[in-house]
Design a protein around this ligand. Sequence first.
Ligand code: PRP
Ligand code: ZN
Length: 299
Amino acid sequence: MSARDRLRIAIQKSGRLSDASLDLLARCGLTFRRSRDKLFCFGETLAVDLLLVRDDDVPNMIAEGVCDLGIVGRNVLDEQFLAAGCAGQPAGFRELRALGFGRCRLALAVPQEFQYVEPAQLGGKRIATTYPNLLAKWLERAGVDAGIVSLSGSVEIAPRLGTADFICDLVSSGATLAANQLKEAAVVLESEAVLAAGATLPGDERGELIDMLLRRIDGVIQVRASKLVMWHSPRSALEEITRLLPNGPRPTVTSIEGLENEVAVQAICNEAITWQHLEDMKRAGARQMLVLPVEQMLA
Ligand code: PRP
Ligand code: ZN
């Protein structure tokens, strides 16, 4: 294989998504050897290498063909997608999969004492953000004419500095807003980490690697939420008990030696099983209930 027959994935070098991105790839069976500069990781188990970059650089690296895939926040991807459109260019990248971690929201935030009720109150005001395109689209949809102050960082101090009235920034725990006497007023975009790829997937070996990786990622995502639920119950109670489980799974039913009307049951559930679920099942006749984590899954 020549160097470029190997698949290349760009991930965030250091930040909110770094650890979880590496963890996801590890769960997909990928292991890496880090180069001395720690910016390139050579794939040992598969022909898949990593590039550790600034998250904002991920979309362009894909568009330019430097990388085939990237893990990046939807906030970054969508912002740059809109920016490309405004510049009259096709973006050259797209979202392939939502990955279920790094959840946060791009939100409009106002000073704590401000009584926010509706977007119309933003008319004629200045809003500081590092996401001017996403904000512009949201304002346009809301039919509001406001000034957008484009900053490259430290957006949360803009109202105190007097460079803007409000801000539009990422909120995860809300600690940054609270520390700056701001509060969330409206959600502009729900974000999470996504797998991004070029507008067209490579047709060579790399395409096959991408297919395989997608299958494994789907498996990993599914497994995260999945539980194997096992119990004993009278055969007559089986239907009612199964209906109590999230998504009404199809159970595997086994007879129990010497107990005519009793069955042992197991079912895969794709959602969290709570104590309440177990209590309800018990009331419906289930006994000896077990909830087990699922290690791996390949559909
Ligand atoms: C975001 C955002 C805030 C902070 C919010 O920055 O700009 O500073 O996180 O998180 P909180 O609600 O938990 O306080 P991030 O770390 O994502 O870095 P970046 O936007 O510069 O990439
Ligand atoms: Zn960033």
